[in-house]
Design a binder for this molecule. Sequence first.
Ligand SMILES: [Zn+2]
Length: 448
Amino acid sequence: MLKLRANDMANIMGKNLRISRKGKETRARREMQEARIYKIKFDKNKISNEKLQKIKRLFLEGKWFTNYMMAKGINELVSYKDYKIRKVEVKVKDAFENRELNILSSQMKEYLITRLQSNTKTIQTLNKSGHKTGKMNYIKALHSIPLMQYNNTYYVNKKRKIVRVQGLGDFKAIGLNQMPDNSELTAADLIERNGDYFIHITAYIAKEEKVHNKKAIGIDFGIKNQAAFSNGIKVQYAIPVSERIKSLSKAFSRAEYNEETKASSKRRQKLRNKMNKEFEHQNQQKIDINNKIAHYITTNYQYVAYQNDCIHAWEKLYGRRIYQTAIGGLRDAFERKANTPTEVGRFVKTTGVCMNCGKVSKLNLSDRVFECPFCKYVSDRDVASAHIIMTKGLSLWNIGETLAEDHASTSSMLRYMNNIPHVKASISKEARSPKQADAAEAPPVRTG
Ligand SMILES: [Zn+2]
């Protein structure tokens, strides 16, 4: 008897040692990695009817379980047997009925509880600090199920384009190849949105090496050119509201709903789902464009300077145009990705400053081309601003003198930008800075 116990102890100690060693190894590895969330969609056309009923049932069981836990009170330590519970009471009108939990696994229950507990804690903290928050209410639907352990609650086969979910089986998935081959998958969430199913996977991937080439670029954001760069390249893009959204919203406004109960008809709900999907698709297009532009710039330039423009204020003036570009996302992407992002203050004057002699003159809003009255240097309005932004940015970092010459050919940047769907890139016909001009490509500098 005693011998067995000693044996057990040795096993447990061995296990703890293994876990702590593993923890150290993981921490060391994480330093070389960064976390990304990949949003993978299940191909709904390839889900059998039987499986579709099962996945719907899973979300239903998740809702029942969540409401059951909330009724029990989530504050105290939740007893272990709740993780294992297979039957819950559900309130139907005024009576309670029993419901079986057939698909929701113990692990899913465990992490639904953890999530509820952390939500409760957040609300309590907010309340204590005087924020007004609503009470946690019973939920009408659950839209996300935690899948905590890779290889246990879910599994991915990139080659076969399959995601396997515990208790549900395999799903054909779209977009798995966004994940690099060496990514390390961790927790995920199974998501239901507008009748579609997704899995959001947190993966650790090798950190991208940031550039150390001492090259700098300035960017001017705008309404006409979404971005003008100090090297003379101007980029325009817009995703106009699609015809499909227009026709859907027409149909939506005509679809009936009950004036008294405010209840939507089935058709109206369906139309709303379709509209949401289309909006999401369009938003994703804008995000992709911003990320691609930012990727090129931040992998080719160490110093990226832009102005802290008040893009929110632009929205009021040029609402639709700003909406179509999601230009704020572009600035955020530069800030996130650049080795050394530099923000030039909002009130620093960047228009009407000559990029050749540095003197300031008045520039009308409608002037797209800027001719300096002092030195007669001609430049594109936005490119000149981008150039000033770059110079101001560099002075903020005090690195002006050690800067590397930008010999990178503008033609490769032009080609890259023009290959992004919906993006039109051009090089300003007016002169660029004489210092930066790339003789083979730049038009000769006009000087009066
Ligand atoms: Zn000048």
